[in-house]
Ligand binder design. Sequence first.
Ligand SMILES: [Cu+2]
Length: 100
Amino acid sequence: MAALAFLVAAAALPAAAAAATHTVTIEGMKFVPAELTVKKGDRVVWKNQDVVPHTATAAGAFDSRSIAAGKSWSHVVRKPGRHAYVCTFHPGMKATLVVQ
Ligand SMILES: [Cu+2]
């Protein structure tokens, strides 16, 4: 029993330290969720499920460039702050990534 407890504890340690992965879905000309809060070092994946290309672009923070229909873009966030971002092809598409 003690050995099992040790194994469980040991397995939990790397998981607790590891960065998380979050997904933003792009569909219907929207970023979903419109606001996402993550921790510095986490990975964010934008998945474009529309039939047209989009970008996820935050001036001075990150820029996916064109994400083709059906493709995704993965980015490890390094810069803390509240980053408003848009799709440069469709400036009405707005969202916010909060990096803590
Ligand atoms: Cu777009």
